[in-house]
Write a protein of this length. Structure first.
Length: 136
């Protein structure tokens, strides 16, 4: 019997700060079994990128230069309900948390205190990954 290697967890990253995006990208690339398949810094680029790459996971900044990460989540999650989503924000209010969780986020993280959790969350997703690409 031939052993098969599991497909990587395909992660798309949405963050408008280049410095934070670079740090998150390095974190994702450092997780065995995860592959960064795209990055975006605006709502439109995020929606287009997610729809074209069909990731299995999404790291999403809530406050983007041209709008809200919530708009991104509402645009892509209904067509891909199995998409793993972690929202990372400086605006960690209960109202934002509820809105994001209602829209399909699994995690809602405060950038100032929860940033280190991204690695463990992505690692957890790789363990649950079944290798299937998201539906188009």
């Amino acid at each position: 019997m031939v052993a098969t290697q599991a497909a990587p967890l395909m992660v798309f990253l949405v963050e408008d700060s280049l410095a934070i995006r670079a740090r998150l990208a390095a974190t994702i690339r450092g997780v065995t079994g995860a592959e960064l398949v795209g990055e975006a810094g605006t709502v439109g680029a995020a929606i287009d990128g997610i729809r074209s790459t069909h990731p299995s996971a999404l790291i999403l900044d809530l406050q983007l230069e041209d709008g809200s990460g919530l708009d991104v989540l509402k645009a892509v999650h209904p067509a891909s309900p199995e998409l793993h989503v972690a929202v990372l924000t400086n605006y960690a209010t209960d109202q934002h948390r509820r809105a994001c969780m209602d829209a399909g986020a699994e995690y809602f993280l405060d950038k100032s205190s929860d940033f280190p959790r991204i690695r463990e969350i992505v690692q957890g997703w790789t363990h649950r990954q079944d290798g299937a690409a998201l539906s188009q």
